[in-house]
Design a protein around this ligand. Structure first.
Ligand SMILES: *[C@@H]1O[C@H](CO)[C@@H](O)[C@H](O)[C@H]1NC(C)=O
Ligand SMILES: *[C@@H]1O[C@H](CO)[C@@H](O)[C@H](O)[C@H]1NC(C)=O
Ligand SMILES: *[C@@H]1O[C@H](CO)[C@@H](O)[C@H](O)[C@H]1NC(C)=O
Ligand SMILES: *[C@@H]1O[C@H](CO)[C@@H](O)[C@H](O)[C@H]1NC(C)=O
Ligand SMILES: *[C@@H]1O[C@H](CO)[C@@H](O)[C@H](O)[C@H]1NC(C)=O
Ligand SMILES: *[C@@H]1O[C@H](CO)[C@@H](O)[C@H](O)[C@H]1NC(C)=O
Ligand SMILES: *[C@@H]1O[C@H](CO)[C@@H](O)[C@H](O)[C@H]1NC(C)=O
Ligand SMILES: *[C@@H]1O[C@H](CO)[C@@H](O)[C@H](O)[C@H]1NC(C)=O
Ligand SMILES: *[C@@H]1O[C@H](CO)[C@@H](O)[C@H](O)[C@H]1NC(C)=O
Ligand SMILES: *[C@@H]1O[C@H](CO)[C@@H](O)[C@H](O)[C@H]1NC(C)=O
Length: 507
């Protein structure tokens, strides 16, 4: 008994000791596809240590040689039928695409197909044979210990995934899933799973809060609780991964780790895809990286590594489908970032981490009068230098309250060192990770740049709050109204008025 318990503890410790990593998928449906050398240069500059290819491109594998980057190569779906029906074809594939490249190229795993059960169901019956044949060839080449074989699944094969404890694999596929899980268990491999909270959120039609999909903090009463296990779920990602653990344990497999082969969020979409935004994409991917690298694990298996590959390195302009389909990348094909992840404290992945890049902006749908009042306050008593908003200055255009308020709110927020509560302005301001700078109007707070132009408070207007000529333009009469719920309205000079939380500008 004691021995058994000890073994159990060791097994748990081993699983929990594994360090989770972040990798990145490299899709190639791109008009101006960068060369393998350019791709590898970007990977190195960004300190990306793990990649997944959707094929086993010879030139790409050569470019990755001697980089130490861990590479997952793939058997494309159209080759599954041939490989799953012929041991010799599988052996040939391994010899050309694996044996020819190792050890110079650090191939760590082979993904056999991509979402085969949901996209190519007629290959389902030979899927496990394909994995088994590839694995035998690796055994023959004495590479099976360093190279794992698995097959990425769409999370849509998991049914009833909330609460996670009731999840199970679509039973249609049990004849494939059971031998597949036996294979993964006996070869020490992992279940490969694509996890897309973006689609879960979209398909839920409002039933899933955006914050829950984006790993943003939820009030405790909004957290999802699994009534059977009493586990609390603070994000969709964990719930889906746990649903997969439960679906496996439903089939009596309890010790197969999960590797998330794809996860991400599109940064742009059509007018009907309003949640595909830069801000949401940056928030999701930044939070995903932090969540994974923190080794948080999931509520069911806390501390157990769930390594994940971000989908994806480049925007792929040639992909079919809605606008969002072409906009999952972190980079444009020329290597420029689509957005810069904010990864404070998340370690060394994605090197151009400018960290703490947050900005304060006016809410889109905020009441214009409230915005105006807050703008007046920021440029007046708030002592923000609003001179760049004057006609002829870099931030004058677009000349409207929302964009001027955005500049002023952000300048105030940065001036206050982003301390908590300084991006609120009575609820009309919100923190964003997207740099609102445009043209020559560079906002304070952009990673290190234009630092000097904020120059602490020395650039703030003197106590003569009209000295910038700005606030007088907006604060027409300099009079504010305190709407004190107990004492009624009280007119005051704006500066005094604004010391009260009930101050509104009068018009
Ligand atoms: C191969 O990649 C894995 C994962 O990054 C790493 O742990 C290992 O050290 C690499 N091996 C070599 C020989 O570079
Ligand atoms: C398949 O080929 C491998 C060598 O690549 C061999 O070890 C194995 O026995 C073969 N299996 C079958 C079922 O023929
Ligand atoms: C289960 O899989 C089968 C075969 O792909 C599919 O026809 C069916 O709709 C799936 N069931 C559910 C509930 O999604
Ligand atoms: C799982 O194990 C239990 C207990 O050994 C058994 O009753 C059940 O039939 C098994 N389920 C499957 C799907 O094999
Ligand atoms: C990091 O992990 C610890 C426990 O291991 C947890 O308390 C903390 O909330 C996690 N932080 C994030 C950002 O997930
Ligand atoms: C990332 O950093 C490298 C080296 O510091 C630099 O050469 C490169 O231009 C940066 N890339 C971006 C997109 O900022
Ligand atoms: C980033 O922000 C966090 C919390 O606001 C702070 O603790 C940390 O020191 C900041 N790091 C840098 C490099 O400014
Ligand atoms: C920021 O600096 C750039 C040059 O480095 C300058 O062109 C721009 O006007 C500056 N922006 C502001 C708001 O000071
Ligand atoms: C920043 O402030 C110092 C001292 O207050 C001043 O000498 C310097 O000129 C200022 N820099 C800029 C760019 O305004
Ligand atoms: C305050 O600003 C006004 C308008 O620019 C100016 O006429 C006045 O002299 C300034 N007063 C002081 C004390 O700087």
């Amino acid at each position: 008994m004691a021995v058994l318990l000890l073994l159990f503890l060791i097994a748990v410790a081993v699983a929990a000791d594994e360090e989770a990593f972040i990798g990145i998928n490299i899709g190639t449906a791109i008009t101006d596809m960068p060369s393998p050398t350019q791709i590898v240069a970007l990977l190195k500059a960004q300190n990306i240590q793990h990649v997944r290819l959707y094929d086993a491109d010879h030139a790409m594998l050569l470019a990755l040689a001697r980089t130490r980057i861990g590479v997952t190569i793939s058997v494309p779906n159209e080759q599954i039928l041939a490989i799953g029906q012929s041991n010799a074809t599988a052996a040939n594939w391994v010899s050309r695409n694996v044996v020819a490249h190792v050890p110079a190229t650090n191939i760590t795993s082979i993904a056999v197909g991509s979402e085969v059960l949901t996209t190519l169901p007629n290959a389902g019956p030979v899927l496990v044979s394909a994995l088994t044949f590839i694995h035998s060839a690796l055994v023959a080449a004495n590479l099976d210990q360093q190279i794992k074989v698995s097959t990425p699944h769409s999370s849509s094969i998991i049914l009833d995934s909330f609460p996670p404890s009731q999840a199970f694999f679509n039973r249609t596929w049990d004849p494939v899933m059971v031998p597949l899980l036996e294979f993964l268990q006996s070869t020490g491999s992992f279940l490969m799973l694509n996890v897309y909270p973006y689609y879960d959120y979209i398909l839920a039609n409002g039933a899933i809060p955006l914050d829950y999909a984006l790993f943003r903090p939820l009030p405790p009463n909004k957290e999802a609780v699994d009534g059977n296990t009493l586990l609390h779920y603070t994000n969709v990602f964990d719930a889906v991964v746990d649903a997969a653990y439960f679906a496996m344990s439903y089939l009596n497999f309890t010790n197969i780790p999960i590797l998330v082969t794809e996860s991400g969020w599109p940064s742009k979409g059509s007018s009907s895809e309003s949640d595909a935004t830069l801000d949401n994409a940056n928030t999701y991917n930044s939070n995903l990286v932090k969540h994974v690298l923190n080794n948080t694990g999931t509520p069911k298996h806390p501390g157990v590594a769930v390594s994940s590959y971000i989908y994806e390195l480049y925007n792929e302009d040639l992909r079919q489908g809605p606008v969002s389909e072409k906009n999952w990348g972190l980079f444009y094909p020329n290597g420029e970032p689509v957005y810069v992840l904010h990864l404070t404290g998340a370690g060394t992945v994605l090197a151009n981490d400018t960290t703490n890049q947050t900005f304060c902006v006016a809410k889109n749908n905020a009441d214009i009068k409230m915005l105006q009042a807050a703008l007046d306050w920021a440029c007046g008593p708030g002592k923000v230098d609003c001179s760049v908003l004057l006609q002829g200055q870099p931030c004058y255009e677009p000349n409207n309250v929302v964009s001027h308020a955005t500049y002023a709110f952000n300048a105030y927020y940065q001036k206050m060192d982003k301390s908590s509560g300084t991006c609120d302005f009575k609820g009309v301001a919100i923190i964003t990770t997207t740099d609102p700078s445009h043209g020559s109007c560079v906002f304070p707070g952009r990673g290190g740049k234009n630092r000097t132009s904020t120059n602490g408070t020395s650039l703030a207007p003197s106590s003569n709050s009209t000295s910038s000529g700005y606030s007088s333009k907006y604060s027409q009469n300099g009079i504010g109204v305190i709407r004190d719920p107990w004492k009624g309205d009280l007119q005051l000079q704006m500066e005094d008025c604004c010391k009260s939380q009930f101050c509104f500008s009068s018009y």
